[in-house]
Design a protein around this ligand. Sequence first.
Ligand code: MIC
Ligand code: SF4
Length: 644
Amino acid sequence: MGFTIAEKIIEKHLVKGSLKRGSEIALKIDQTLTQDATGTMAYLEFETMDIPRVKTELSVAYIDHNTLQSGFMNADDHKFIGSMAKKYGLYFSRPGNGICHQVHLERFGKPGKTLIGSDSHTPTGGGIGMLAFGAGGLDVAVAMGGGEYYITMPKMYKVNLTGKLRPFVSAKDVSLEILRILSVKGGVGAIIEWGGDGVKTLSVPERATITNMGTELGATTSIFPSDEITKAFLKAQGREEDYVELCSDEDAVYDRVIDIDLSTLEPMIACPHSPDNVVKVSEVAGTKVDQVCIGSCTNSSLFDMLKVSKILKGKVVSEDVSLSISPGSKQVLSMLSELGALTDILESGARVLECACGPCIGMGFSPNSGGVSLRTFNRNFLGRSGTKDGEVYLVSPEVAAASALAGEIINPMTLGEMEKIELPSEFKINDASIVKPLAQEEAEKVEIIRGPNIKEFPKSKVLTDEIEAELILKTGDNITTDHIMPAGAKILPYRSNIPKLAEFCFEVVDESFPKRALEAKSSIIVGGDNYGQGSSREHAALVPMYLGVRAVITKSFARIHIANLINSGIIPLTLENPKDYEKLTQGDKLKLSNIMESLESGKMYLENLTTNEKITLICDYTTRQKEILKAGGLLSYVSKGSKN
Ligand code: MIC
Ligand code: SF4
């Protein structure tokens, strides 16, 4: 039996387990990345492991999320992370250098290598044939210390591309089309490999847009072959020596194959408030627009920005629209400037923001009340923009730029000719904003800078054999980590201050949650399907743990979130019969008993003390996960000296 691309990389990095799909495997990790919103916590966790220097081939700490410095908090975190990078042998990408995924692709990613990052869009690296996973900060900290990364060996899906995209149709439309087909949970438990003849028509930035948004499918990761196009990209980045060819075997076995003919696609749009709420742009054309935002790790490459500048050139943005442009990296911005495209963008009346996540994570540029915002981003979850009643749509750069000019949603295919964009054969390389790791001797002398916003890591409780607790919150399906632990300019500065952050937990769902949870002391949350989808933020587990949540019971979980719950010592349980969801009401008194024995048997019984009903729950964990839960979380498990 032949191998898929992912299986080839997994085989080379396998430390434990086998390629049997559905079984637990441990992988050696070559590279790690962190960003600042998850990084502070990841480095606090790394510190407790007492390891003098990172053991990976390469680890990079990026500052790209919390760049609005309104108050000392974010600046404190930047200093902390910078000093950690110096002390422990990491590269440090300074604020302004760009979004982690874009910069990593340009300067560090290598085909055939493994990468984990404390950000769910780390699979962007799959655009150049990396096997790249989003993970919780603690998993990244463990990998920096040389520990393996544990996942369930995924199923393998293949998307077979044929044809070629027409002008004004772009990679983003491919991502939206696959979301329309599969939905936000259609990729759970799978690696999505993109293949077929159509792949040869897609540049690296286009491939990276597609692997980036594979995260929205819930996929474990996404990957493209590494071919001549990858080689040309690496050469243009002055890194031709990093190229290796990678393709799947003819007889590789896939669990599912989906065909997409690129030539038949047309511009697509994800309507509020979910990335899979996809229709054709032509179906909502004419909708008035208040704001347009172009950028984010999905669509901020030079290729995207050049397309935008061509559409804007010589025209003026509608007077009713505010247009923001955030180039993905310093390299992109300075090349736009050299090529004169920045002038075309500025002359159109666009507001150029710094090279960072910005509006994508609610770091400024929130829309007006009830405003319609068209964004080239990857997520449009309720409230994520910072305006609770904002109507956020996800589109390609072409749709965004054309609609910004028109003041309403338009299908750019109606614009006529699109000038062809060629990617340069050489990118402008200037790594001045990347601080290199210090030699060991120098590194040892570095003092860690810790501002007052950096609080101690919260301690989890050792697991008890019985938990009696209140059902403190019952939610519906597809609850995102943005619901559980919202982000945005007001809240993100407290990512290293769990007690303060806790005040905002579930803010968009139920403002009274933090107070009620603290009063209850011990509580249980009940959720529907795909609970915890979206980001990798471990804060969505750490904060509930701090507030006394002992277990979360759902119909199903998203991959990274379930790992984060276990790492935080919260028991994730699934209903054996999803209909039992109806037997649970917020406020019920619940009891879990014989927990230790149940962990072994894989089934746990829940008594609803309020209704006297009994419900069967599944707790089908690996031996390692059981040990982590018993220890009260990964940190206690690791510090107990257990092997990882
Ligand atoms: C996001 O897009 O939601 C984030 C902000 O990048 C998160 C990480 C975080 O919450 O810090 C992600 O995608 O993992
Ligand atoms: Fe940053 Fe947005 Fe990408 Fe998250 S999705 S890494 S916030 S640009």
